[in-house]
Design a protein around this ligand. Sequence first.
Ligand code: NAP
Length: 279
Amino acid sequence: MTATVVEGKALASALREKVAAAVAAAGIEPTLAVVLAQGEEGAAAYTRSLAKAGGKVGLRVDVHEREPRVEEAASLLAELNADPSVHGIILQTPFAGREGDAELAELIALAKDVDGQSSASLGLVWAGRPRFVPSTAAAAIHLLEANGVEFVGAEATVVGRSPVVGKPAAALLVARHATVTICHTRTRDLAAACRRADILVAAAGAPELIKGEMIKPGAAVIDCGYNFTEDGRVVGDVAFEEAAEVASLLTPAQGGVGPVTTALLLMHVARAAGAEIAA
Ligand code: NAP
Protein backbone atom coordinates (compact mmCIF):
# COMPACT_ATOMS: atom_id res chain seq x y z
CA MET A 1 0.00 0.00 0.00
CA THR A 2 1.34 3.45 -0.87
CA ALA A 3 -1.51 5.66 0.29
CA THR A 4 -1.90 7.30 3.65
CA VAL A 5 -5.39 6.30 4.72
CA VAL A 6 -6.96 9.40 6.20
CA GLU A 7 -9.55 8.74 8.90
CA GLY A 8 -11.97 11.58 9.61
CA LYS A 9 -12.46 10.83 13.29
CA ALA A 10 -9.57 12.84 14.74
CA LEU A 11 -10.35 15.84 12.56
CA ALA A 12 -14.04 15.62 13.46
CA SER A 13 -13.22 15.46 17.13
CA ALA A 14 -11.01 18.57 16.90
CA LEU A 15 -13.82 20.42 15.09
CA ARG A 16 -16.38 19.38 17.72
CA GLU A 17 -14.09 20.64 20.49
CA LYS A 18 -13.90 24.01 18.77
CA VAL A 19 -17.68 24.11 18.49
CA ALA A 20 -18.20 23.16 22.14
CA ALA A 21 -15.75 25.83 23.32
CA ALA A 22 -17.32 28.56 21.16
CA VAL A 23 -20.86 27.65 22.21
CA ALA A 24 -19.90 27.65 25.89
CA ALA A 25 -18.07 30.98 25.53
CA ALA A 26 -21.08 32.57 23.82
CA GLY A 27 -23.51 31.17 26.41
CA ILE A 28 -26.04 30.17 23.77
CA GLU A 29 -27.99 27.05 22.83
CA PRO A 30 -27.79 26.77 19.04
CA THR A 31 -30.82 24.92 17.75
CA LEU A 32 -31.11 22.84 14.61
CA ALA A 33 -34.53 21.86 13.29
CA VAL A 34 -34.60 18.71 11.19
CA VAL A 35 -37.57 18.36 8.85
CA LEU A 36 -37.79 14.62 8.40
CA ALA A 37 -40.01 12.65 6.04
CA GLN A 38 -41.85 9.91 7.90
CA GLY A 39 -40.81 6.34 7.15
CA GLU A 40 -37.26 7.09 6.01
CA GLU A 41 -35.25 4.84 8.31
CA GLY A 42 -31.85 5.85 6.89
CA ALA A 43 -32.57 9.56 7.38
CA ALA A 44 -34.05 8.91 10.83
CA ALA A 45 -30.91 7.06 11.92
CA TYR A 46 -28.71 9.91 10.62
CA THR A 47 -30.89 12.39 12.51
CA ARG A 48 -30.53 10.42 15.75
CA SER A 49 -26.75 10.40 15.39
CA LEU A 50 -26.81 14.14 14.69
CA ALA A 51 -28.89 14.77 17.82
CA LYS A 52 -26.47 12.74 19.92
CA ALA A 53 -23.41 14.50 18.50
CA GLY A 54 -25.10 17.89 18.88
CA GLY A 55 -25.99 17.23 22.52
CA LYS A 56 -22.33 16.62 23.34
CA VAL A 57 -21.29 20.08 22.12
CA GLY A 58 -24.19 22.09 23.57
CA LEU A 59 -26.50 22.11 20.54
CA ARG A 60 -30.19 21.23 20.52
CA VAL A 61 -31.52 19.16 17.64
CA ASP A 62 -35.31 19.20 17.26
CA VAL A 63 -36.75 16.58 14.94
CA HIS A 64 -40.00 17.41 13.13
CA GLU A 65 -41.24 14.26 11.50
CA ARG A 66 -44.03 14.74 8.97
CA GLU A 67 -45.99 12.74 6.43
CA PRO A 68 -44.12 12.83 3.12
CA ARG A 69 -46.34 15.50 1.52
CA VAL A 70 -45.17 18.79 0.05
CA GLU A 71 -47.78 20.92 1.87
CA GLU A 72 -46.77 19.46 5.26
CA ALA A 73 -43.11 20.25 4.72
CA ALA A 74 -43.73 23.69 3.17
CA SER A 75 -45.89 24.97 6.03
CA LEU A 76 -43.46 23.61 8.61
CA LEU A 77 -40.52 25.30 6.87
CA ALA A 78 -42.40 28.62 6.93
CA GLU A 79 -42.97 28.23 10.69
CA LEU A 80 -39.35 27.34 11.36
CA ASN A 81 -38.05 30.23 9.24
CA ALA A 82 -40.11 32.62 11.36
CA ASP A 83 -39.15 31.09 14.71
CA PRO A 84 -36.27 33.05 16.30
CA SER A 85 -35.38 30.12 18.59
CA VAL A 86 -34.43 28.05 15.51
CA HIS A 87 -31.00 28.87 14.11
CA GLY A 88 -30.54 26.18 11.47
CA ILE A 89 -32.83 24.00 9.35
CA ILE A 90 -32.12 20.87 7.35
CA LEU A 91 -34.52 19.01 5.12
CA GLN A 92 -34.30 15.21 5.16
CA THR A 93 -36.09 14.00 2.05
CA PRO A 94 -37.88 12.47 0.15
CA PHE A 95 -41.04 14.51 0.50
CA ALA A 96 -41.88 15.01 -3.14
CA GLY A 97 -39.46 13.27 -5.51
CA ARG A 98 -36.26 14.83 -6.82
CA GLU A 99 -37.75 17.96 -8.40
CA GLY A 100 -40.27 18.57 -5.64
CA ASP A 101 -37.61 18.18 -2.95
CA ALA A 102 -35.39 20.69 -4.75
CA GLU A 103 -38.33 23.14 -4.76
CA LEU A 104 -38.86 22.59 -1.04
CA ALA A 105 -35.19 23.29 -0.29
CA GLU A 106 -35.69 26.74 -1.86
CA LEU A 107 -38.03 27.57 1.03
CA ILE A 108 -35.29 27.36 3.67
CA ALA A 109 -34.32 30.89 4.74
CA LEU A 110 -30.77 31.67 3.60
CA ALA A 111 -29.60 32.59 7.11
CA LYS A 112 -30.80 29.20 8.42
CA ASP A 113 -29.71 27.04 5.48
CA VAL A 114 -26.88 25.42 7.44
CA ASP A 115 -26.39 22.56 4.98
CA GLY A 116 -26.48 24.81 1.92
CA GLN A 117 -29.48 23.03 0.40
CA SER A 118 -31.02 25.93 -1.51
CA SER A 119 -29.85 27.21 -4.88
CA ALA A 120 -29.27 30.63 -3.27
CA SER A 121 -26.70 29.03 -0.95
CA LEU A 122 -25.10 27.11 -3.83
CA GLY A 123 -24.99 30.28 -5.93
CA LEU A 124 -23.06 32.07 -3.20
CA VAL A 125 -20.57 29.17 -3.07
CA TRP A 126 -19.96 29.50 -6.84
CA ALA A 127 -19.74 33.28 -6.49
CA GLY A 128 -16.90 32.81 -4.02
CA ARG A 129 -18.89 34.35 -1.15
CA PRO A 130 -20.21 31.25 0.64
CA ARG A 131 -22.64 31.61 3.51
CA PHE A 132 -23.10 27.94 4.38
CA VAL A 133 -21.42 25.31 2.22
CA PRO A 134 -23.07 21.87 1.95
CA SER A 135 -21.28 19.95 4.71
CA THR A 136 -20.13 16.92 2.70
CA ALA A 137 -18.45 19.11 0.08
CA ALA A 138 -16.95 21.22 2.85
CA ALA A 139 -15.70 18.03 4.56
CA ALA A 140 -13.99 16.83 1.39
CA ILE A 141 -12.06 20.09 1.10
CA HIS A 142 -11.34 20.23 4.82
CA LEU A 143 -9.76 16.76 4.69
CA LEU A 144 -7.53 17.84 1.79
CA GLU A 145 -6.53 21.06 3.52
CA ALA A 146 -5.83 19.35 6.84
CA ASN A 147 -3.48 16.98 5.06
CA GLY A 148 -1.51 19.70 3.32
CA VAL A 149 -2.66 18.97 -0.22
CA GLU A 150 -1.61 21.72 -2.65
CA PHE A 151 -4.57 23.19 -4.58
CA VAL A 152 -2.98 25.98 -6.60
CA GLY A 153 -2.64 24.91 -10.22
CA ALA A 154 -3.56 21.28 -9.40
CA GLU A 155 -5.68 19.24 -11.79
CA ALA A 156 -8.80 18.26 -9.86
CA THR A 157 -11.58 15.94 -11.01
CA VAL A 158 -14.93 15.68 -9.29
CA VAL A 159 -17.08 12.68 -10.19
CA GLY A 160 -20.70 13.71 -9.63
CA ARG A 161 -22.59 16.96 -10.19
CA SER A 162 -25.29 16.90 -7.51
CA PRO A 163 -26.08 20.22 -5.83
CA VAL A 164 -25.18 18.77 -2.43
CA VAL A 165 -21.78 17.24 -3.11
CA GLY A 166 -20.30 17.40 -6.63
CA LYS A 167 -21.13 20.97 -7.63
CA PRO A 168 -20.16 22.68 -4.36
CA ALA A 169 -16.98 20.57 -4.11
CA ALA A 170 -16.03 21.70 -7.62
CA ALA A 171 -16.74 25.34 -6.72
CA LEU A 172 -14.56 25.12 -3.62
CA LEU A 173 -11.71 23.60 -5.63
CA VAL A 174 -11.93 26.37 -8.25
CA ALA A 175 -11.92 28.96 -5.47
CA ARG A 176 -8.64 27.42 -4.29
CA HIS A 177 -7.16 27.81 -7.79
CA ALA A 178 -7.36 24.19 -8.94
CA THR A 179 -8.26 23.44 -12.56
CA VAL A 180 -11.44 21.43 -12.26
CA THR A 181 -13.16 18.80 -14.41
CA ILE A 182 -16.68 17.76 -13.38
CA CYS A 183 -17.80 14.29 -14.50
CA HIS A 184 -21.25 12.71 -14.63
CA THR A 185 -23.09 9.86 -16.33
CA ARG A 186 -22.70 11.41 -19.80
CA THR A 187 -18.95 11.92 -19.49
CA ARG A 188 -17.35 10.18 -22.46
CA ASP A 189 -14.09 9.07 -20.90
CA LEU A 190 -14.35 8.97 -17.14
CA ALA A 191 -11.11 7.02 -16.78
CA ALA A 192 -9.10 9.67 -18.65
CA ALA A 193 -10.62 12.51 -16.62
CA CYS A 194 -9.80 10.69 -13.38
CA ARG A 195 -6.32 9.68 -14.49
CA ARG A 196 -5.14 13.25 -15.00
CA ALA A 197 -6.29 14.36 -11.54
CA ASP A 198 -3.88 15.31 -8.78
CA ILE A 199 -6.98 15.65 -6.61
CA LEU A 200 -9.89 13.27 -7.17
CA VAL A 201 -13.20 13.73 -5.36
CA ALA A 202 -15.64 10.87 -5.89
CA ALA A 203 -19.31 11.67 -5.26
CA ALA A 204 -21.22 9.41 -7.64
CA GLY A 205 -23.05 7.00 -5.38
CA ALA A 206 -21.79 4.17 -7.61
CA PRO A 207 -20.09 1.30 -5.74
CA GLU A 208 -16.37 0.98 -6.54
CA LEU A 209 -16.80 2.85 -9.83
CA ILE A 210 -13.26 4.20 -9.72
CA LYS A 211 -10.65 1.48 -10.10
CA GLY A 212 -6.97 1.67 -9.25
CA GLU A 213 -5.99 1.96 -12.91
CA MET A 214 -8.07 5.15 -13.19
CA ILE A 215 -6.03 6.94 -10.52
CA LYS A 216 -2.90 8.98 -11.17
CA PRO A 217 0.03 7.71 -9.08
CA GLY A 218 0.37 9.95 -6.03
CA ALA A 219 -3.10 11.52 -6.32
CA ALA A 220 -5.07 12.65 -3.28
CA VAL A 221 -8.39 10.79 -3.37
CA ILE A 222 -11.44 11.75 -1.32
CA ASP A 223 -14.24 9.21 -1.47
CA CYS A 224 -17.60 10.73 -0.52
CA GLY A 225 -19.45 7.62 -1.68
CA TYR A 226 -21.37 5.58 0.87
CA ASN A 227 -22.96 2.59 -0.81
CA PHE A 228 -24.39 -0.70 0.44
CA THR A 229 -23.53 -3.91 -1.40
CA GLU A 230 -26.03 -6.76 -1.74
CA ASP A 231 -24.33 -8.58 1.11
CA GLY A 232 -24.72 -5.54 3.37
CA ARG A 233 -21.17 -4.17 3.26
CA VAL A 234 -20.48 -0.45 2.95
CA VAL A 235 -18.23 0.49 0.03
CA GLY A 236 -17.26 3.81 -1.46
CA ASP A 237 -17.25 5.02 -5.04
CA VAL A 238 -13.57 4.08 -5.14
CA ALA A 239 -12.23 0.50 -5.16
CA PHE A 240 -10.36 0.97 -1.90
CA GLU A 241 -7.70 -1.77 -1.99
CA GLU A 242 -6.69 -0.99 -5.58
CA ALA A 243 -6.69 2.76 -5.00
CA ALA A 244 -4.53 2.40 -1.90
CA GLU A 245 -1.79 0.94 -4.10
CA VAL A 246 -1.68 4.02 -6.31
CA ALA A 247 -2.87 7.12 -4.43
CA SER A 248 -0.82 9.10 -1.92
CA LEU A 249 -3.83 9.90 0.26
CA LEU A 250 -7.17 8.11 0.44
CA THR A 251 -10.25 8.32 2.64
CA PRO A 252 -12.20 5.17 3.55
CA ALA A 253 -15.94 4.97 2.83
CA GLN A 254 -16.66 4.47 6.52
CA GLY A 255 -15.09 6.87 9.01
CA GLY A 256 -13.64 9.16 6.32
CA VAL A 257 -15.76 12.02 5.03
CA GLY A 258 -18.83 11.13 7.17
CA PRO A 259 -17.65 12.17 10.67
CA VAL A 260 -16.18 15.42 9.33
CA THR A 261 -19.47 16.16 7.54
CA THR A 262 -21.40 15.87 10.81
CA ALA A 263 -18.91 17.98 12.75
CA LEU A 264 -18.98 20.73 10.12
CA LEU A 265 -22.77 20.76 10.07
CA LEU A 266 -22.77 21.29 13.84
CA MET A 267 -20.24 24.08 13.37
CA HIS A 268 -22.53 25.75 10.83
CA VAL A 269 -25.44 25.63 13.30
CA ALA A 270 -23.29 27.15 16.04
CA ARG A 271 -22.21 29.93 13.65
CA ALA A 272 -25.82 30.54 12.58
CA ALA A 273 -26.63 31.07 16.27
CA GLY A 274 -23.87 33.65 16.60
CA ALA A 275 -20.95 31.60 17.93
CA GLU A 276 -17.63 32.88 16.66
CA ILE A 277 -15.49 30.03 15.35
CA ALA A 278 -12.35 30.64 13.33
CA ALA A 279 -11.98 28.61 10.11
P1 NAP B 1 -26.65 11.88 -6.44
O1 NAP B 1 -27.52 13.05 -6.18
O2 NAP B 1 -27.24 10.59 -6.84
O3 NAP B 1 -25.61 12.33 -7.59
C1 NAP B 1 -24.71 11.41 -8.13
C2 NAP B 1 -23.91 12.10 -9.21
O4 NAP B 1 -22.94 11.16 -9.70
C3 NAP B 1 -24.74 12.53 -10.41
O5 NAP B 1 -24.28 13.78 -10.88
C4 NAP B 1 -24.49 11.42 -11.44
O6 NAP B 1 -24.49 11.89 -12.78
C5 NAP B 1 -23.08 10.99 -11.09
N1 NAP B 1 -22.85 9.58 -11.41
C6 NAP B 1 -23.56 8.51 -10.98
N2 NAP B 1 -23.09 7.38 -11.51
C7 NAP B 1 -22.06 7.74 -12.32
C8 NAP B 1 -21.18 7.02 -13.18
N3 NAP B 1 -21.28 5.70 -13.32
N4 NAP B 1 -20.25 7.73 -13.87
C9 NAP B 1 -20.14 9.06 -13.75
N5 NAP B 1 -20.96 9.80 -12.94
C10 NAP B 1 -21.90 9.14 -12.24
O7 NAP B 1 -25.71 11.57 -5.19
P2 NAP B 1 -25.15 12.56 -4.04
O8 NAP B 1 -26.26 12.93 -3.12
O9 NAP B 1 -24.32 13.62 -4.65
O10 NAP B 1 -24.22 11.53 -3.25
C11 NAP B 1 -23.07 10.97 -3.85
C12 NAP B 1 -22.47 9.95 -2.91
O11 NAP B 1 -22.04 10.61 -1.73
C13 NAP B 1 -23.45 8.86 -2.45
O12 NAP B 1 -22.77 7.63 -2.31
C14 NAP B 1 -23.91 9.35 -1.09
O13 NAP B 1 -24.30 8.29 -0.24
C15 NAP B 1 -22.64 10.00 -0.59
N6 NAP B 1 -22.87 11.01 0.44
C16 NAP B 1 -22.17 10.87 1.57
C17 NAP B 1 -22.34 11.80 2.59
C18 NAP B 1 -21.54 11.68 3.85
O14 NAP B 1 -21.78 12.41 4.80
N7 NAP B 1 -20.57 10.78 3.90
C19 NAP B 1 -23.26 12.85 2.45
C20 NAP B 1 -23.95 12.97 1.23
C21 NAP B 1 -23.74 12.03 0.23
P3 NAP B 1 -25.81 12.52 -13.50
O15 NAP B 1 -25.92 13.91 -12.97
O16 NAP B 1 -25.50 12.45 -14.94
O17 NAP B 1 -26.96 11.63 -13.08
